[in-house]
Design a protein around this ligand. Structure first.
Ligand SMILES: [Zn+2]
Ligand SMILES: [Zn+2]
Length: 191
């Protein structure tokens, strides 16, 4: 589940897709490398299913970039909450310095975080993650449906769907199928 009780954007979207494949940055311990590869596969399958002209990298971030991601997470952590807005803001500053320019999917430790907190969340809790079309996807759950839901927010499906069987419904139903309307929107956005 995620966003986004915000007003329509007033500035152009950051075009992360011009900076190479989407990267999956894992802040989990190295024992969880399988999890990173699993998320990579969910994203790869999503891009492939709709023939989207995008790629997701299977290689881990280099140590320096991963350290940056960890710093962003650490400075956005308040108790058991991750402050999504703060992460997003700091990522913007990092990108202004020429780092972490790609679409960024960040794996966060579900044992450490209760949820992601963000502005306007009064009626929507981000239990699975938080994602914005500016090229950021914060993940707390690695099952196929939540990954497809959150990454699709990053791919530009900003609003939740009214169809209760669609993966873009705010409850993110399994197994993670898209309704025809969301499917067409996603395809139109990238073709
Ligand atoms: Zn959502
Ligand atoms: Zn839908």
């Amino acid at each position: 589940m995620t966003p986004k009780g915000r007003e329509a954007r007033t500035t152009p979207r950051y075009t992360w897709e011009k900076h190479g494949p989407i990267v999956v940055a894992s802040t989990l311990s190295s024992a969880n490398e399988q999890t990173r590869l699993l998320v990579h596969r969910h994203i790869h399958e999503l891009l492939h299913e709709f023939s989207l002209p995008l790629k997701v990298s299977s290689t881990p971030l280099d140590e320096a970039d991963l350290q940056l991601v960890r710093q962003l997470a650490a400075s956005s952590t308040v108790g058991s909450l991750l402050d999504g807005d703060r992460f997003e803001e700091q990522l913007g500053e990092t990108r202004a310095k020429g780092r972490l320019l790609q679409g960024l999917v960040v794996l966060l430790d579900p044992g450490k975080y209760e949820r992601v907190h963000f502005e306007g969340e009064a009626n929507q809790q981000a239990l699975y993650g938080y994602s914005v079309s500016d090229g950021l996807c914060l993940l707390l759950n690695y099952d196929a449906a939540p990954v497809r839901h959150e990454v699709s927010h990053m791919l530009g499906l900003e609003a939740h769907c009214q169809n209760t069987a669609c993966v873009m419904h705010y409850k993110c139903p399994r197994p993670g199928r898209f309704c025809d309307s969301c499917k067409m929107t996603l395809i139109d956005l990238w073709h």
